[in-house]
Ligand binder design. Structure first.
Ligand code: GCO
Ligand code: MG
Length: 403
């Protein structure tokens, strides 16, 4: 089965998405997600200018060879733009292979390991009372695992605090907006948040929290320790992870489980974190970590150290990525949890999909392929709109900080 054509579709039904569509001489087509929040057009160009010319005429069934060709053959390895582009090709080719077999993608990976995929939702509010109410609302919607984020007294804009919707969209401006930050205020506030949330919800639900790369290792250790009484499922991105060794210090001080990896793009980003057992959950996901082909390698490596998966699933990952991730999750033996932030109605209409949510669990559906499509006519009605993620500055002196 030869690849005859491939093209990139950029659309913005509420937020920007980059989608790759691959066509074959047998009439089968497949689509892959290539969305990199705030840098969408770089991946679109990488695909159009450098990847697509190399795809035409290749055998669509040779997923592994094409992956190796795009990874090793570029000479310049890794990086989010390259790996998102490779992922888009990989997801589209798995879609085609599964359609050719007449099977849902998870069957080609090895079949279902579970009846459904436990997902966590995002509860947030401007203060502790609002966040607590939101956590209870998510519990009513059936979620078994809930992430809690709250505004911090004395800080103007804080990561993860939306506006009472079931999603939170951080890429909110034509140029980066600025948030302010105080480690002291955040560290004083967060244990109070979880004290209130646990008292309200009890012990039957998993609770999660995202630090979003803002603490130093010793500060993260202190937070992890102070959250131990509330039995978190995980504390995410407690410190920036360029230096994998940094997690050893956190680990030495706390038994709060650690999750990291939503911005990782290859197995090399988590090699030491996993092999030295410095984390509990790896958050790399299909679109940013080289597709199903590469994520599967990361998961198998992680399994050797009892590290479980917890794929990133914010709204900036398109329904195509969500569909592919759910097939992966249904199969992967060392599954932990899947993040699920709902898309807007416009996005869901542009990307019709077979996956579904029921009482805290999701299922990829039984449609052949990954089960997600794109309505191109509708996509054309939502042209690209430049949108940046915010930046963060220290409140006391304006120093640029990690957002
Ligand atoms: C998460 C993430 C997101 C990111 C976003 C950036 O845990 O869901 O941290 O909220 O900030 O995906 O593009
Ligand atoms: Mg995160």
């Amino acid at each position: 089965m030869k690849i005859t054509n491939a093209r990139v579709i950029v659309c913005s039904p509420g937020r920007n998405f980059v989608t790759l569509k691959i066509e074959t001489d047998e009439g089968l087509t497949g689509i892959g997600d290539a969305t990199l929040n705030g840098r969408e057009l770089s991946v679109a160009s990488y695909l159009t200018d450098h990847v697509i010319p190399c795809l035409i005429g290749r055998d669509a069934h040779q997923i592994e060879d094409i992956w190796q060709f795009l990874y090793k053959g570029a000479y310049w390895r890794r990086g989010p733009v390259t790996m998102s582009a490779i992922a888009a090709v990989d997801i589209a080719l798995w879609d085609i292979k599964a359609k050719a077999a007449g099977l849902p993608l998870y069957q080609l990976l090895g079949g279902a390991s579970r009846t459904g995929v436990m997902v966590y939702g995002h509860a947030n509010g401007r203060d502790i009372a609002e966040t607590t109410d939101e956590v209870l609302r998510y519990a009513e919607l059936g979620y078994k695992a809930i992430r809690a984020q709250s505004g911090v007294p004395g800080l103007d804009k804080v990561y993860g605090v939306g506006r009472g919707r079931l999603f939170y969209e951080p890429a909110d401006a034509d140029l980066p907006s600025e948030h302010d930050w105080s480690t002291e205020k955040y560290l004083d506030h967060t244990p109070k948040l979880f004290d209130a949330v646990r008292s309200a919800i009890g012990w039957d639900h998993h609770l999660l929290h995202d630090v979003h790369h803002r603490l130093t290792p010793i500060e993260a250790a202190r937070l992890g320790k102070s959250l131990e009484p509330y039995r978190l499922f995980w504390m995410e991105d407690a410190t920036p992870a360029e230096n994998q060794e940094a997690f050893r210090l956190i680990r030495q001080h706390t038994v709060t489980p650690l999750a990291v990896g939503e911005i990782f793009n290859t197995i090399w980003d988590c090699k030491d974190l996993i092999s030295q057992q410095l984390i509990d959950y790896i958050r790399a996901t299909v679109v940013h970590a080289g597709g199903i082909t590469h994520l599967r390698r990361i998961a198998d490596f992680a399994a050797m150290y009892q590290v479980r998966t917890g794929c990133h699933g914010a709204t900036d990952l398109s329904p195509v990525c969500m569909g592919a991730a759910l097939h992966f999750d249904l199969w992967v033996p060392n599954f932990g949890v899947q993040e699920y932030m709902r898309h807007t109605d416009e996005t869901d209409a542009v990307f019709p999909h077979a996956y579904s949510f029921d009482r805290g669990f999701m299922h990829p559906g039984e449609a052949p392929g990954h089960g997600v499509d794109i309505d191109e006519a509708m996509a054309a009605r939502y042209p690209y709109q430049r949108a940046y993620l915010p930046v963060n500055r220290q409140q006391h002196d304006g120093t640029l900080w990690s957002w």
